[in-house]
Unconditional design. Sequence first.
Length: 282
Amino acid sequence: MQIIKTIESLRKTLKPYKLQDKTIGLVPTMGALHSGHGALIKESVKDCDITVVSVFLNPIQFGKNEDLDKYPARLEADAKLAESLGADYVFAPSAAEMYPDGDPTTMVRNEGLEGLYCGAYRPGHFRGVLTVVSKLFIITGANRAYFGEKDYQQVFLIEKMAKDLNFDIEIHRVPIVREESGLALSSRNEYLSDEEKKNSLGIHEGLLKAKNAYSNGERRVSELRDIVLKSILSNHGMVQYVEVVCQETLQKCTGCLKDEKVTILVAAFFGKTRLIDNVQIN
């Protein structure tokens, strides 16, 4: 496993593969890799000739009061895990390498969608995500990139960006990986106390109850939301949002659902830890 820390070195390393028409897969991460990231790496290794895992804690997607300073960092362990799953390179640039002039003044945005859901509570977050992901696409020249569906709004925006800006890259969604309990895997789960971790199962339980209610004929958006809300609140969580959204547009659904495909998005706090999750119910 080779850890590459500069853009120039990565480009030089990947150039021969491109000349040989090798397929390059990119797995963008912020480090602290777990089995959820592992699923992305496995998909890339299966599909591509070469897999690059980026490990970059992107400062421009964090707000002032968020967890940038305490976000877990363990590059050597991340590289070992990536290597064990078949990845070829880890790209681990510094912030100064990615943003040599400080925070960039040229940013990639989706003004219509970046302020919804997570974006409403994390101003500037998605422009930071789209900017760094676009840079990684350009730096690597990857043919395919892999993202987890836990970050549903994020992958939707990345797909939209790739289409709107004509990036020559395939975006692959990978289903949510969960602990045996049902809790969606996240690097932030390690912030949870044992009690908070137990209580946080109220998110997944609520989503499953709502999905079951839909299967049994419930079509009222308000009722589906209430099922999830009650499950989280009864488990001592603090709800940030629960929304039923159209899979094609990411817009909120209201009234009664018809035949459109929808996803329920959730963000909630347990203690000081913010967790997100979702379920596709049609």
